[in-house]
Write a new protein. Sequence first.
Length: 298
Amino acid sequence: MSYLDLFSSMTTVFSGIQKSFDEADYVILGVPFDATSTYRTGSRFAPVAIREASLNIETYSFRSEVDLEEVKLHDAGDLHVLGNVEGTLERLEVVTRELLEAEKTPILIGGEHTIALGAIRGFGRDVAVVSFDAHLDLRDEYIGQTICHTTFMHRISEETKVKRIVEIGTRAVCREEIEYAKSSGIQFFTSQQIMGNGVEKTSEKIRRLIEDCETIYLSIDMDVLDPAFAPGVQNPEPDGLSTHVFFDLLCGICNRHITAFDLTEVTPHYDTGITAIHAAKTIFEVTSCLEKDKKSFI
């Protein structure tokens, strides 16, 4: 029995498309965990809500000209999370490692953003991290916790020794985080910079930062969007990106070097379903872009 079989179980199938595990190129895994959330809890319900939304979205992407129905997807269900963060991260680490060793692209649906730490631990090799997020999440400690949704990127930086960290859409930070980012060489692009410089110029700068990275982990906190577009998130922050700018930035940097990605922080009961719809669409667009780039090199 594999760790995936041991620590996960099936729910609604994402997008209604289900290939066998052996046949699939991409494996979806829900991680319904929000034990360290401090403002609006409820992201543990997101995997179910996003799957439901995905069943009602058309599958063709005009950006990539790829139809998701042609993509080999397998939904493995949800990770069996524990009541403590370290135990859950350990399970996610071994499952992520197993998926990578099977040459699958893991697609993780959170849950809170802390899950990125567990997934990145599963790489065991140099990996660059590209994160879309309103927050830097670089505090060393928060309310007595050193591993939580506001500190996990600090832990990733100091514990996993990733090759590079690039954060996009930043607009909510404290001085401690700014100082740590500068001292650690972490690059970030504020939402104001993105809107001022434009998508093309920003995308080009990001591509230059990661052009020498063979393995990239993409992490998406849905609060990168302005609350006008995604109100149902754990920590909404004004002055964010529009969906148009967000999708154009994503598609401008997605390539075959992205080996895994997550989408986190949706709290379904804080809106009427619009954030879950945007989340499902985001997974559609990223997966389609990855598939397009992969096929161009076959």
